[in-house]
Design a protein around this ligand. Structure first.
Ligand code: G3I
Length: 342
C-alpha cells in the first residue's frame, strides 16, 4: 500500500475507534479501560441523537460530561420549569453504553437565569441552591458518577470570586453545596473545578490548594479537584509543577481530574505549532496515566467544529484532536498509543 493510503486507512480506522489498522489492537476506549484511565469527553445533546456520533463516542471514550446541558440556565430556565429531556438523554446514553457520567455544574457565575443572578438574601439563596442540588442528584442517584459541585470560585489573585453566592451567602456557600451534594447522593464523587490552577507555585494554584485544604480540614465532603487545562500550544507543559499539584492533592486524599482539556493554536496552524500542541496533549495524558491520584483526562469536546475556542479567543483555533470535518489529527493516534503502553 502506498504510504498516503496507509495513513488515511489508519486515520479512518481511528475515527471508528479502533487502532488495529495502525498496528495497535483494541478501541481507544478499551485501551483506556485497560490502562485504568478515565478518558472522557464533553458532549452536547445532539451528539447522542446522531447514530454515527453515538457510535464514535461509545468506542472512544469511557466518560461523558455535558458541556452545557446541566448548567442552571439550560436545565432550569425558569424557577418552575425543569428541562430534563436533554439531561435524561445523556444519562440514558451513558448507561446504555456502560460509560461513566459526570455532572457539570451547580455553582457557577455564568449561565445562570435571572432568578438566580437576582437573588438578594441569604436564606433564599441557600434554599434555592440546596433545592437545585438535591433535585438533580436525587433524580440521577447512582447514575452519575461524579459532579463538579462548584466551578471557578476564585479570582486570578486567589481571592474568592464576587458571585451571587458569595454576595448572598458568604464563603460558606461551598460548605452548603458540598454537604447537600453528599446527602443527596452519598455514592457520587464531589469535585471543585477551576482553571489556571494546575501549576504549584503560581498564585491561583496555591490559593486553590489552600481553599481545598481548608474545606477538607473542616470536614466538608470533597473527593477531588478539577484542573480544567484550557492550554495554549505556544506555552510548553510544565510537567514538574503539574506533578507537584497532583502530589499535594493526593496527600490530602483527593483525586485530580484533568477536567476540560483543550490546547488552542494561534492561527494559522503550522506543522511546528501542531507538534507543540501534540507534545502538550501527550505530556498531559502520560501524566494522567502514570501519576497516582490522577487518571482522569477529559477533552472539552472532540471536534474543532463545535469547540468553544474560536468564539472565545479571536485568532485561535484547532484546539481539539479531531478537525472540523470530524477527522482525527495525528495527535489522536499518539494518544491512543500512550493509552496502550504499559
Ligand atoms: O442557549 C443559548 C441559545 O438559546 C442561543 O440561541 C445561542 C445563541 O448563541 O446561545 C446559547 O447559549 C450558548 C451556550 O454555550 C449553550 O450552547 C452561549 O451563547 C455560549 O456562550 C455558551 O458557551 C459555553 C460556555 O461554557 C458558557 O460560558 C461553551 O459552549 C462551553 O464550552 C463553556 O464551557 C466552560 C465550562 O463550562 C467551564 N469552564 C470553562 C469552559 C469554557 O468557557
Amino acid at each position: 500500500m502506498n504510504k498516503t493510503y496507509a495513513i488515511i486507512g489508519c486515520l479512518s480506522i481511528l475515527a471508528a475507534g479502533s487502532l488495529a489498522g495502525c498496528g495497535l489492537t483494541g478501541s481507544v476506549r478499551a485501551r483506556a479501560d485497560a490502562a485504568k484511565v478515565t478518558f472522557g469527553v464533553a458532549v452536547q445533546p445532539g451528539d447522542v441523537l446522531d447514530p454515527g456520533t453515538k457510535k464514535f463516542i461509545a468506542r472512544n471514550f469511557n466518560l461523558i460530561v455535558p458541556e452545557n446541558t446541566m448548567k442552571w440556565k439550560l436545565l432550569r430556565p425558569t424557577k418552575a420549569f425543569w428541562n430534563w429531556s436533554d439531561m435524561d438523554k445523556l444519562v440514558d446514553f451513558a448507561e446504555e453504553n456502560g460509560i461513566a457520567m459526570k455532572g457539570h455544574t451547580f455553582v457557577w457565575h455564568q449561565q445562570n437565569p435571572p432568578y438566580v443572578d437576582g437573588l438578594k438574601n441569604r436564606d433564599e439563596a441557600a434554599a434555592l441552591l440546596t433545592e437545585q442540588i438535591t433535585t438533580v442528584m436525587t433524580r440521577y442517584r447512582g447514575r452519575i458518577r461524579e459532579y463538579d459541585v462548584a466551578n471557578e470560585v476564585l479570582n486570578e489573585d486567589g481571592s474568592m470570586r464576587n458571585t451571587v453566592w458569595l454576595r448572598t451567602i458568604g464563603p460558606e456557600y461551598l460548605d452548603i453545596a458540598f454537604r447537600t451534594a453528599r446527602e443527596a447522593d452519598p455514592g457520587a464523587r464531589l469535585i471543585l473545578n477551576d482553571y489556571n490552577n494546575e501549576y504549584a507555585g503560581q498564585a491561583k494554584a496555591d490559593a486553590f490548594y489552600e481553599l481545598v485544604k481548608a474545606l477538607k480540614g473542616r470536614g466538608v465532603p470533597i473527593d477531588g479537584v478539577g484542573l480544567q487545562l484550557h492550554l495554549m500550544a505556544k506555552y510548553p507543559l510544565n510537567g514538574d509543577a503539574l506533578k507537584k499539584t497532583i502530589a499535594r492533592f493526593r496527600d490530602l486524599g483527593l483525586f485530580v481530574s484533568f477536567s476540560e482539556v483543550d490546547v488552542r493554536i494561534e492561527l494559522p496552524v503550522t506543522a511546528e505549532k501542531e507538534a507543540a500542541q501534540a507534545a502538550i496533549y501527550e505530556g498531559l495524558l502520560g501524566i494522567a496515566k502514570s501519576e497516582a491520584g490522577a487518571g482522569n483526562f477529559v477533552l472539552w469536546g472532540y471536534t474543532d467544529a463545535k469547540s468553544w475556542i474560536p468564539a472565545a479567543f479571536a485568532g485561535y483555533g484547532s484546539a481539539l484532536p479531531f478537525d472540523r470535518e470530524g477527522k482525527p489529527k495525528p495527535v489522536f493516534k499518539s494518544m491512543g498509543k500512550i493509552l496502550s503502553t504499559r
